[in-house]
Design a protein around this ligand. Structure first.
Ligand code: GTP
Ligand code: MG
Length: 351
């Protein structure tokens, strides 16, 4: 497993929100190109390279945020492998995705969640419940924000979650993502200031999940909020989901990438058969479920061109993930109003 190197001295890179705020007020150049934050005063964080077992920290961190802020990209980037599907479209993630990060001083069990939004139909309500459930019994919550969005979404998120962040009973760390898209890092200052005003956020770490910038500092920060504990899972393990979960997700990703407007949101992937044969070859049959015959026609495309395109994309992703040859058999089926039917949603694993 490829994991980012731990930073050599987390003390130097630890930064509390209050310190950021004060430093920001006194130093207008603080968020210039070189450093996003000043070294903080010494804190009682253990040394990064300690070989003492008692310095090992482990725990659960749930990643929450609005749709499309980069939660799944961050999970993949931290783990150094693609576990959670990513597309430019909002509402890509629909279920919790568990990913295990392990290095020589910590193990973080990350839970990637669906983006928090105002539910419009039963599938949205199920997605929101998945987020709410994922906030229980974790050690830290990582709130992911988008550096390019001007408005702080905290109040709206709290309304949708039907709970205040300070009622969670665990520390909330904010990471401001997509800083690679900013022309000037000083653009972060108002958001950091607003975050400090809420009194609900312990630390703020500006990051880029795509370039990897400052992810080492994010890990240093999370380390300090996790309990001393031996690893919770085998350090070699990346996830606890069965292979079938990832197979269905990679097919759904291909559908999301190849379709537009309401189509991706009206589709679900149902695996019919997954067979691992000799010589590391896989036979995978799946139904792509849509709500209406008109959507089925679009998904199949002229002379089957669309479903072929989806099949090629999905097969490539699956072959990379499974490390073998994949025979993929895709069919499109209509299941009217599946997104609105709790029984069907339960069948598809949303409850
Ligand atoms: N430039 C830039 N783009 C990013 C960054 N992180 C994520 N993205 C892009 O943002 C888009 C959404 O990323 P996702 O990881 O799917 O976002 P998400 O928060 O998981 O979205 P949902 O699952 O829909 O809630 C994709 O096009 C990513 O490539 C980043 O740090 N910089
Ligand atoms: Mg996602």
């Amino acid at each position: 497993m490829e994991t980012p190197e731990p930073h050599s001295d987390p003390q130097e890179r630890t930064e509390s929100l209050e310190e950021t705020k004060n430093a920001a007020a006194s130093s207008p150049d603080l968020f210039g190109s070189a450093h996003l934050s000043p070294p903080a005063e010494s804190k009682d964080a253990p040394a990064a390279d300690s070989s003492d077992d008692s310095d090992f920290h482990a725990g659960f961190v749930t990643i929450i945020g609005e749709p499309n802020v980069g939660k799944s990209t961050l999970l993949n980037s931290l783990l150094g492998t693609k576990l959670s599907i990513v597309t430019p479209k909002p509402q890509t993630t629909r279920k919790r995705v568990l990913g295990i990060y392990t290095d020589n001083r910590m193990q973080i069990v990350f839970i990637d969640t669906p983006g928090i939004l105002q539910p419009r139909y039963e599938l949205h309500r199920a997605m929101l419940k998945i987020v709410q459930k994922s906030l229980k019994e974790v050690d830290t919550v990582l709130l992911l924000l988008d550096a390019t969005r001007r408005e702080l979404p905290i109040e709206r998120l709290e309304q949708q979650l039907e709970m205040s962040l300070d009622q969670l009973g665990v520390p909330v760390i904010a990471a401001i993502n997509k800083i690679d898209l900013l022309k000037n890092r000083r653009e972060l200052l108002p958001m950091i200031h607003q975050l400090s005003q809420t009194g609900k956020i312990r630390e703020v770490v500006p990051i880029s999940a795509v370039t990897g910038e400052n992810l080492d500092r994010l890990l240093d920060t999370l380390y300090q909020y996790l309990p001393q504990s031996p690893p919770l899972y085998d350090p070699e393990l990346l996830s606890t989901h069965p292979e079938r979960f990832f197979i269905a997700e990679f097919i759904r990703e291909a559908v999301f990438l190849s379709t537009h407007e309401e189509i991706p949101y009206s589709t679900e992937v149902q695996l019919v058969e997954v067979k691992e044969k000799e010589n590391n070859t896989w036979y995978i049959a799946a139904n792509i479920i849509v709500e209406r015959p008109s959507q089925k026609a679009i998904l199949i495309g002229k002379d089957g061109s669309k479903i072929k395109e989806i099949g090629i994309k999905a097969r490539q992703a699956l072959e990379f993930h499974l490390g073998g040859k994949v025979y993929l058999d895709l069919h499109v089926k209509v299941q009217p109003k599946w997104r609105k039917n709790p029984q069907i949603l339960r069948y598809y694993g949303y409850y």
